[in-house]
Design a protein around this ligand. Structure first.
Ligand code: PHB
Length: 397
């Protein structure tokens, strides 16, 4: 039953040849194989923008780079947690105990990543967080390494930009869980430290959000701008409701983290997104040879789709695993792999990145962007770069 379920899941998400059969046919012998358990929300509300993008990017990386590293064959076992932390935890335990994976990876949302931290610690194997973005995650296990981003990291530059661009009063509206609260805290601190005023801090529920009551309160508070964060996949609904209330006419600018103007949904969101200023670590429009190659490869492997803020975490997370295995010369000891990941630096399609050896979190450029129409499609067009930003949200030691 388990195998049938897994095979069904693999077929339904259209895995390519680079992924070894779950039945083990054609797999190299155990000691020559590195097994990676990739756990993602591949069904449910977070599948489209998060799970499928991370999975598609992992597959893209392997199609480009092959499935052999330092003499070892890479086998990725994909599991769907449907966005439920109890399921993520159970799947991680099964992957460690039954499948004997040497690396756990994926983790589409903060609660899903947190649920696995004790398992990584106990099993002493790397947990590569490719998507979830609350600051605290990497502090929950010495075996966690992050290839995505953190909300404080991308929010701080936006607060600075707002102050410099004549925005004096801001209302914030964020999804009511880890990353939203991180974004709110960072925005409040940076903006008020520079003399700005926060007129409201509002929280919308993560599941089945209804934004109307909060948007009305924002209109009533009459700020110069509203700062928004909702997770990847929820931006379309939020921006539609913002537009219905005509914030522009009320003189309220919309600023947000790039999660709200996700490349996965931007064309569908349409012209109402034009002009929105966001800050983030990745835009499909990032102008570099590495990103051009990534976009082409991702589109080829994923029915013509463009990569988004989540794909890049999956792609670079695989690059990180490959680099670590090269450094250990194929040794899969978990502690050695985590040590090897510390301090890795590379040129990603998003720009230069490295893993901070102290925190195991990613250091990367943050870009200021504006939604514009380019060749008939909407993009987050970058107009400024803040280089090598560390996560400012870490608890002081
Ligand atoms: C998270 O749950 O950590 C998360 C999910 C989606 C985002 C950002 C953060 O876009």
């Amino acid at each position: 039953m388990k195998r049938r379920t897994l095979l069904g899941a693999m077929l339904s998400i259209g895995l390519g040849a680079a992924f070894v059969s779950p039945l083990g046919i054609g797999a190299a012998s155990a000691q020559e194989t590195v097994k990676i358990g990739l756990i993602l929300p591949l069904t449910g509300p977070f599948a489209s923008a998060i799970g499928r993008h991370v999975e598609g990017a992992v597959r893209t990386y392997m199609q480009q780079n092959g499935d052999m590293v330092a003499g070892k064959k890479i086998e990725v076992i994909v599991k769907d947690d449907a966005g439920a932390p109890e399921t993520t935890k159970r799947l991680a335990q099964e992957l460690v105990t039954n499948d004997k994976v040497q690396i756990l990876a994926g983790f589409g949302l903060t609660p899903l990543a947190l649920s696995v931290a004790p398992i990584a610690t106990q099993a002493k194997i790397p947990q590569v967080v490719m998507a979830a973005a609350t600051s605290i995650i990497t502090e929950r296990s010495p075996y966690i390494v992050r290839s995505s981003f953190t909300l404080p990291q991308v929010t701080a530059p936006l607060a600075d930009w707002a102050v410099k661009n004549g925005i004096k009063k801001v209302a914030t509206l964020v999804a009511d869980y880890g990353p939203g609260l991180d974004a709110e805290k960072t925005f409040n601190q940076r903006f008020t430290a520079a003399g700005g005023e926060i007129v409201a801090n509002l929280h919308s529920p993560l599941r089945s959000p209804e934004f109307a009551p909060y948007l009305q309160r924002i209109l009533d508070a009459k700020p110069d701008a509203v700062f928004l964060f909702v997770p990847s996949g929820q931006g379309a609904l939020l921006l539609k409701q913002v537009t219905e209330r005509d914030f522009a006419k009320a003189g309220i600018r919309v600023i947000a983290t790039g999660d709200v103007t996700d490349d996965n949904d931007l064309n569908e969101i349409g012209d109402i997104a034009l002009g929105i200023v966001t800050s983030h670590h990745y835009s499909a429009a990032h102008d570099s040879p590495e990103n051009k190659a990534f976009r082409q490869a991702f589109a080829k492997a994923n029915e013509g789709r463009r990569p988004n803020l989540m794909s890049i975490g999956g792609y670079d997370g695989m690059a990180l695993i490959y680099k670590a295995l090269e450094k250990t010369k194929g040794d899969t000891d978990g502690t050695k792999l985590v040590e090897a990941m510390k301090g890795v630096s590379m040129t990603s399609p998003r720009g230069p990145i490295s893993i901070d050896p102290e925190t195991r979190d990613i250091v990367q450029n943050v870009y200021m962007r504006k939604v514009e129409r380019v060749n008939g499609e909407l993009y987050n067009v970058e107009f400024a770069t803040i280089e090598a930003v560390k996560d400012p949200g870490k608890t002081p030691k």
